[in-house]
Design a protein around this ligand. Structure first.
Ligand code: CA
Length: 225
């Protein structure tokens, strides 16, 4: 493929992209569902990945109980989910993620976090795991946007924080709702396969190119940029 010219910013997803955290999220959500009597399978949470907690709870409630979740239920069940997640075994940095970030910085490309998460368990680790890469003023979390992925809002807000237009940025995300969001914001979208979601699912949901891992993505950067 042709190289992308003049890229100034990389907008990067967190769970399943920077951190190998999706299995823990899925297990924590399953515990919430058992507690609240909501029907779900672990695979659901990989497909819903990138959505805000409130949206996920609303969807599960509609599916199981045929009504919307109340604001109190959204708040209570998300707090419960955060507790269950924090109690899971420690999450590892995704293999290849540090090298990818270093390679971007070496090329003078600034990095911005674009996550649907609002969980401190991982947000609080970013600075020690990726020093200088995602300072608080370059983070989009569930607290900054009301419409989460797949709406364009999170990635659009990321562009604003980076101070660049869509044609000067790339997005890196591992989930269909994330690649949809980035594409809807008009950004060249790099999909990475890091779990059960397949490359074809990312390509049909907005990814312009897909790599089989973060390591492969890091290796391919010189050909892409
Ligand atoms: Ca993700």
């Amino acid at each position: 493929m042709e190289k992308l010219n003049g890229i100034k910013a990389a907008l990067i997803d967190m769970d399943g992209t920077l951190y190998d955290s999706m299995p823990n999220h899925a297990r924590a959500w399953m515990e919430v569902c058992r507690h609240a009597g909501l029907k779900a399978r672990e695979a659901d949470f990989f497909l819903l990945e990138g959505s805000t907690g409130a949206n996920t709870i609303n969807l599960l409630t509609r599916r199981s109980l045929g009504r919307d979740a109340t604001e109190a239920e959204k708040a209570d069940l998300y707090a419960l989910k955060c507790r269950y997640f924090a109690a899971q075994p420690p999450v590892a940095v995704m293999s290849g993620a540090r090298r990818l970030i270093d390679e971007l910085h070496r090329r003078g490309i600034i990095t911005v976090l674009v996550t649907g998460s609002g969980q401190n368990t991982l947000l609080d680790r970013l600075e020690s795991d990726f020093p200088g890469a995602f300072p608080p003023e370059r983070r989009v979390t569930s607290r900054n946007v009301s419409r989460g992925k797949p709406a364009p809002d999170p990635y659009q807000h990321g562009l604003e924080l980076a101070g660049v237009s869509a044609d000067r940025a790339i997005a890196i995300d591992n989930a269909p709702l994330g690649t949809q969001s980035a594409r809807a914001a008009g950004i060249f979208t790099v999909g990475v396969v890091t779990g059960p979601i397949e490359a074809s699912d990312l390509l049909t949901n907005g990814a312009d190119i897909v790599y089989a891992s973060m390591t492969e993505c890091a290796d391919a950067l010189p050909q892409l940029l």
